[in-house]
Design a protein around this ligand. Sequence first.
Ligand code: NAD
Length: 310
Amino acid sequence: MEYRQLGETSLRISILGFGASPLGDVFRQTDPADRTAAVHLAVDRGINFFDVSPYYGLTLAETRLGEALQGRREKVVLATKCGRYNADQFDFSAARITASIDESLTRLRTDYVDLLQAHDVEFGDVRQIVEETVPAMRRLQAQGKARFVGITGYSLKNLMEIASQVKVDTILSYCRYNLMITDMDTTLMPFAKRNGIGLINASPLHMGVVTEHGAPDWHPAPHQVHEAGKETVALCKRRGVDASEVALRFCLDYPNAASTLVGMSSTSHVERNLKAMEKPNDSELLAEIAKIVAPVKDVVWPSGRAENYG
Ligand code: NAD
């Protein structure tokens, strides 16, 4: 496994990160034994970066991840979030953030997280995030409950607006750098580099668009994006390769994000995603995929509709 420094933090994280949202059954029902085995397998194979949130499965993902990590907590860099609690339930107040971390720590069966992130900040008020939320998170850091502090979201503009007004250690951006879209590279990446902020890239499969199974019903992308995803999957199938592995590898080859978080909840996905690390992408295939994706390249959806799991 390859590891990279996360910005200017002391955290060294695996370039393949374990996105734990599927543990909360947000994509489909998961098998209890298999999802626990998936976490164990990932840790055993050197995946040390785990990302979760109280929002995923309405606390289910945190609880399940905490159970699965028992006895393995010290082997991983654990990230969770605060401020988002349901599709339409947000509370970025200092009081909620302060209570939220204790609830997360109980579910995760630990007394600190390595990274605490304000979740989907575009749904909050910029001024509140800058003046109240992040300062409250810094106090939790001073108390030893979180080692570092970050923000997450879909709107690159909003993430940069906040991070230019208040110092954060990391930014997690999702569905902004993968086979379907790469605009994170031209905007957020230079900003993060300039400001010493660690960059985390999430949703390399575009939240299921570049998978055989296809995206879930709640997926916010316009129809044409789904169609381009299906065409990409079909092309890869004809070439005898797995589109999800190609899509993941495309992100792993990007050197400017410390880690790529892919959602996993089964041992077969962990195995396949680890395999993607060994298989370089074929440049001719990537050129053909680029042609399919060209008409919808860099299509974004209104951020209010992003990541509304469930
Ligand atoms: P993703 O693009 O990683 O897609 C996940 C889906 O792909 C799931 O259905 C999963 O079962 C499936 N999958 C995984 N590996 C596969 C494989 N090899 N073949 C076929 N299917 C496969 O999207 P995601 O889960 O939304 O994103 C990854 C992680 O990033 C999340 O779990 C979460 O931790 C983080 N994230 C954070 C935010 C935020 O903070 N706002 C938003 C999105 C994602």
